[in-house]
Design a protein around this ligand. Structure first.
Ligand code: COA
Length: 291
């Protein structure tokens, strides 16, 4: 058999090495941080229906746990996520017809949407390949840090489709127009450094410094008032499409709604600055422990 024929036979054979659904996502909770990982390194963490279902379960389990203050999403092995699984997400669900296609879309879009509006602050820690559908969860995370050597690409054009599943929208939201257009049409990859320059991620660092930097950022977030964090992250996402007047009004209502969950925090923040002079809001967060 030619190597091409051997590869084709392997691709159409049932995948005996495939993991159990429960094993497609891994996580640990350590010192307030939930380290969640795409866990199909042998498939470069591409997103299959099984992985999408399991990720929703994991997000459900972690969202309101008191020992989880920040969620970090990364990938096992050399990849963050190689996008949608071309075999299990596209080919196999298309073979089931429209119901299969729509079910698979609901499962993946569903957990990305859940992550976009997650109760806790979220950080994408992009350790390697990040392709196509991977831009959905990348955008869903509030902040993103990448290894300089990570590779980002809208590879869809290379196999004959437009960047769907939100990927085009993500490029347009995060990048300037010309960069987004080039990225979608050319099918060329960019490294972590370029991804930071183009706005896809906050920062790029040498791979061996990535985790320490993410941990440092997570620790800063943990010092903040959690009700204010949730209100602020939702506001940043919502105001983009609003007129100035609508945004002004929304922000008044959002703060008043936040007050009903956390009457005390805001007053404590003012007291520690104005009366006790124990901190300056321009230079750091108030002490939550004494509130
Ligand atoms: N869908 C299905 N299978 C995928 C996949 C994807 N998106 N990405 C990787 N895999 C599988 C490969 O088929 C291979 O399976 P096999 O071991 O059964 O042959 C395995 O993962 C390892 O991938 P391989 O290509 O050998 O790894 P690599 O390190 O040489 O290359 C990539 C990594 C990411 C550059 C390459 O796998 C790739 O181009 N993947 C597709 C990326 C893509 O276009 N995603 C967009 C989807 S919207």
């Amino acid at each position: 058999m030619t190597s091409k024929a051997a590869r084709a036979a392997k691709a159409s054979a049932p995948d005996s090495s495939d993991r159990a659904e429960a094993d497609t996502v891994a996580f640990d909770v350590i010192d307030g941080i939930a380290w969640v990982r795409f866990n199909r390194p042998e498939k470069r963490n591409c997103m299959s229906p099984k992985l999408n279902r399991q990720m929703m379960r994991v997000l459900d389990e972690l969202e309101f746990r008191e020992d989880v203050l920040v969620l970090v999403l990364s990938g096992e092995g050399t990849s963050w996520s190689a996008g949608m699984d071309l075999k299990e997400y596209f080919r196999e669900t298309e073979a089931e017809g429209l119901p299969g296609v729509r079910r698979a879309q609901r499962e993946s879009y569903g957990w990305w949407r859940r992550l976009r509006w997650y109760q806790k602050p979220t950080i994408a820690m992009v350790n390697g390949w990040c392709f196509g559908g991977g831009y959905g969860p990348l955008f869903a995370c509030d902040l993103a840090f990448a290894a300089e050597e990570a590779q980002f690409g809208l590879s869809e054009i290379n196999w004959g489709i437009l960047p769907g599943g939100g990927a085009t929208k993500v490029a347009r939201e995060l990048m300037p127009f010309r960069k987004a257009m080039y990225h979608a049409l050319m099918g060329e990859n960019i490294d972590g450094k370029t991804a930071a320059e183009w706005g896809l991620v906050n920062e790029a660092l040498p791979g061996d410094q990535l985790k320490a930097r993410v941990e440092q950022v997570a620790k800063v977030l943990m010092e903040k008032n959690p009700v204010a964090l949730k209100a602020a992250k939702d506001a940043i996402r919502r105001v983009g499409e609003m007129t100035y007047d609508n945004a002004e009004d929304y922000l008044v209502r959002a703060q008043e709604a936040a007050n009903s969950f956390d009457n005390h925090g805001r007053k404590e923040g003012i007291k520690q600055f104005i009366d006790e002079k124990s901190y300056k809001p321009g230079l750091g967060a108030y002490d939550k422990k004494s509130s």
